[in-house]
Design a protein around this ligand. Sequence first.
Ligand code: B12
Ligand code: SF4
Length: 520
Amino acid sequence: MQSKSNTILLIYPTHYKVTGLPVGLASLASNLRRGGFEVLVFDTCFYKDEVKDQESTRASILSTKKIKNENVYWKPKTSDLKEDIIALINKSRPIVVGITVLENTFRLSLEIINHIKECFNDLIVVAGGIFPTLSPDMLINESSIDIVCIGEGEKSFVNLCNKIKNNEDLSSVEGFWVKKNGIVNKNKSLGLTDINKNPFPDFSVFDESLFYKPMQGRLLKMIFIEAARGCALKCPYCDNSKLKEYYADNTFGNYYRYMDINRIIEQIEYQVEKHSPDFIYFTSADFLGTSDRKIEQFVNKYAKIKLPFTFQTRLETITSKRIKALKDVGLFWVRTGVEHGNDAFRRKMLDRKYSNSYVIETVEVLKENNMGASMQNMMGFPFENREMIFDTINLNRKMYQIYKKLQFNIYIFTPFRSTALYGLCKEENLLPKDDSFVNDNGPMDGETPLAFPDSYKKELKGLWRTFNLYVKLPEEYDAQIRIAERDDEEGRKMFNYLSGVMSDYEYEIEFDNYDNVESL
Ligand code: B12
Ligand code: SF4
């Protein structure tokens, strides 16, 4: 039997300037390398595409500051994406191309692999990730995809690559749907990875520029650390809930797993030694979703790391005791979801059970501890109206009146295909019944994909654009902000004027306590 090359090419498709290190691909890379393979990564992050980059969009709606040091660390490409990928394949001759696909990068992924298949028809293409796991039918029906990875791929992908290398039959490899001569073999998933035994993600396969992410207007060199996979809740608008269901239904147990604290610390020490980051970014969706005892253990052990960090967590998990202890060892910024400002709507539609008064109490906790935070909100739901959007504006406004060290993120709701709210949107004729909708652009550009009347779509976009003006300026400006909602000459002029006024009401985030951080 003839032995083939040893190289696996992984593709990380991401829209322009969406940086950050994907733990999933990095974890595949470390497992593949341990299995004796060479790993190359091609990322698309600095090729300009038709989607406006999200940091400029956020800055243009006054959600974040413009990045000051962008040109130092981010290097936009001048070459052609398709030519570059073909040149790389010609040079490295991989035995397989593995691409990670999210719903919002599905079209971009197809563009790349369609082109690869046009040039290298025999090269095997494997698609994996959240989107292929939850919508495998859709992916396997694409002519340029040969194999779809179902679920977590650490064990299964190494196994598959070994079989490819040895020219073995692939049709019954566990963890994959395999297409051959138009017939699809639907093998079962291999289940969940033991995150306490998995080798640490290998980030050295990624370009240095992907390590740099913005934090309060500055790019910092960040390292991405996994503390947990999944989340305890099952919100009807989130793919985490679907993944949880998927693994439970297939008797693999609980998708939500929190890593041992010792393992988290070892992981950080390993990555810090290797990459010398300025900042730690925890990737878990709900960092504080564990016991006080575990958080205390984390605090005690993290103290020696001495690097600032940030995490995403559910609002319900934030307590003063936790924030105080974490701040003492470097917690710099918290990110959390408020989601909506109407109690009844939030409970019924989003299945989130806390009240507005609880949100306010949490803001008091952040203030007590002088802890900065991003508060994430959504608008543009079915059965919502202008008045209810104003409930969200008013709740955020109240938060800002209490405490200024907050950032307010606003997203237009766009349903992911596997979620319960996607089904509801279809039922309500707000999305095509034939399932042709793909949540491609992410909730970043203020456009709703739902079939609302055009006038309401326009109104939504105006409210999205002026959300931060409403939140941060005193109510006496409301009439002027209403003018700024309009996307015409007078509206835009008013928007620019009010943006200037707003800066007088803003809090300047300080980085003084972090002298040890080089790029600050
Ligand atoms: C950390 C995180 C990020 C990080 C890192 C992103 C990344 N690609 O890993 C950052 C901050 C950069 C990010 C950005 C975004 N994110 Co995000 N993110 C997450 C989060 C919270 C954890 C991801 C993670 O680390 N999982 C753990 C790893 C180990 O799992 P994994 O990535 O799925 O990989 C495993 C398997 O899927 C499989 N696999 C993956 N790829 C491949 C490829 C092959 C060939 C094979 C064989 C197997 C395989 O094996 C891996 C190892 O087991 C998830 C929630 C979640 N549950 O996933 C949301 C999530 C993935 N993000 C989401 C979104 C929408 C975004 C953004 C669009 C947000 C935005 N507007 O900026 C961007 C898009 C990024 C991009 N590529 O364009 C959505 C995606 C929904 C969907 N159906 O597509 C999720 C699911 C959250 C949600 N709302 O439901 N995100
Ligand atoms: S709490 Fe957040 S991560 Fe967890 S299911 Fe809900 S939206 Fe998803």
